[in-house]
Design a protein. Structure first.
Length: 190
């Protein structure tokens, strides 16, 4: 699990007083459960298309007695029940595996409340030399992702550089202005 992403999400959740957070491609939901322990007033939803991972995550959730974590085995693109429900949507290290990123951005816009925040992590800075057909890694870059989100009414609020990847934080233009929203990394034991 990436410690920096936890800190960023924790900061966002507290800054906007998020009540509902969604992780797309949550896997074993490690990050969701960690955040749930630190943010007891927030509900955390995780979806993933891998049933085995969701089953294991549910067992851990029960052992940890985390009643604010909800997990479902559904590919996001087949589920349209989330409409203006979430304050924060994040996708960690998996956007390059999505079949249709444009559809994902539109889906995210529908799932977010009008003042919502999106965090997209570990986006490649450069195009891979060739797309990996075996692992279904698609040929996308951070510039392309930024354009897709801008086209759908999001503003880029922060870019966090890594070696060969970047984390992107977007906000819906409806409520926030760049001068008003300041993300500070929370110093908290996570």
């Amino acid at each position: 699990m990436d410690e920096n992403i936890c800190y960023i999400l924790y900061g966002v959740i507290h800054e906007i007083k998020a009540k509902k957070v969604l992780e797309i491609g949550c896997g074993y939901a490690n990050m969701l459960m960690r955040l749930a322990k630190e943010c007891p007033d927030t509900k955390f939803f995780g979806i993933d298309k891998e049933q085995l991972q969701i089953n294991i995550a549910r067992q851990i959730r029960e052992q940890e007695k985390l009643s604010t974590v909800f997990l479902e085995c559904i590919p996001y693109e087949n589920y349209n029940g989330f409409v203006k429900l979430f304050d924060v949507v994040y996708i960690h290290s998996t956007i390059q595996y999505l079949e249709d990123v444009d559809h994902f951005v539109g889906w995210t816009k529908r799932a977010l409340k009008p003042d919502g925040v999106v965090l997209v992590t570990h986006v490649p800075l450069k195009r891979p030399k060739k797309a990996d057909k075996k692992q279904k890694i698609h040929n996308i870059t951070s510039e392309w992702i930024i354009k897709k989100f801008n086209d759908r009414g999001f503003d880029l609020m922060d870019m966090m550089d890594l070696k060969d990847r970047i984390n992107l934080l977007f906000i819906d233009r409806v409520r926030f202005s760049k001068n008003r929203f300041i993300l500070e990394h929370a110093e908290v034991d996570l």
